[in-house]
Design a protein around this ligand. Sequence first.
Ligand SMILES: Cc1ncc(COP(=O)(O)O)c(C=O)c1O
Length: 395
Amino acid sequence: MRPTDKITVPMLDLKAQFKTIGPEIMDAVAEVFQTQAFILGPGVARAEEELARLVGTPHALGVSSGTDALLLSLMALGIGPGDGVITTPFTFFATVGSIVRLGAVPLFADIDPDTFNLDPLAVQELLERGDLPAQPKALLPVHLFGQAADMEPLGRLADAHGLKIVEDAAQALGAAYRSPDGEVTKVGAIGDTGCFSFFPSKNLGAAGDGGLITCRDDELAAKLRSMRTHGSHPSEKYRHIYVGGNFRLDALQAAVIRVKLAYLDGWSRARRANADDYDRLLAESGLVDRGLVGRPYRAYPDIEFGHVFNQYVIRARSRDQLQAALAEAKIGCAIYYPTPMHLLECFADLGGRAGDLPVSEQAAAEVLALPVYPELTMEQKQRVVEVMVDFYQAF
Ligand SMILES: Cc1ncc(COP(=O)(O)O)c(C=O)c1O
């Protein structure tokens, strides 16, 4: 037994984070209990102002989850039964579930093999097809793993075809996009709305569910705000101007989010430093040159927050066996996502078949997310790579 065999690495260690900010969180939570005001209120409004500033939009609305951010955005943009929404099959379920729940039809375009994000050329080809099952009304790109989709060409296609854009930025709060002409914008400030999640495993995680919608348009913001509370009139009680829902962010969650917001940039830098270390350790290990492991591609390597590494996702030969070897060594890792959306049983009536979207299908078979949370130590990162090297010895 080597001394390093004792090092264990969880996929995520929220207790390590809580050790550093626990007292501040508990004070903020206690303050909400003192007020006994749990629904919306000044704490939510302050969180919204701070988050709008971070993203760079005039408006931000706290909502009940990232899923509800997507659902409410689509509802407010008028997406409904029979409308086509172009999106990626390589994403978390909520992206596509939100479309289908409204009776709209997901139209899948394949991804770019480097970034795992929607491939603008595939979107263009889809739009040029004459046999789509539904008329496209919206485009729903996902900024997967913490890196922006290529929004400039996607935006041009959306403009040309009159599509609304809802950004699924659930994994990418604070991530920056650089357009081909060099303009840098935060994700969530590009489309009609940006949708974020405060699920605890996100870079900024609440103490439960929470989400955010950002938007630039005043009228749309007012509509979203109304629909967040059952479409109520802004000043007259029990007058309802839309059919919305209960999509509110809790004051307790807003209090936690506000404390954590001050740390977000530091955490994102720490995640990136971890990614840099993995990149180097994997290169030095020879696994990259031997074609056994592919490291995450960085589309915007020279801008700060060009990738905020909600996940550090490699491609791995014999991925499932590698995952088992890591688990055996008590190293957490995860597959995001094992099945592309067009092949899920609950979407079978959409008619997706294996082979339809080969780049996504290959990604689903090869990807593996390694632990990248900010508090990871150098010994832990070295241990992860050491176990991988041991595993690939026989190859
Ligand atoms: C890409 C993506 N979209 C949507 C969501 C949904 O967010 P939530 O879990 O807050 O509902 C998530 C996160 O879980 C996600 O990763």
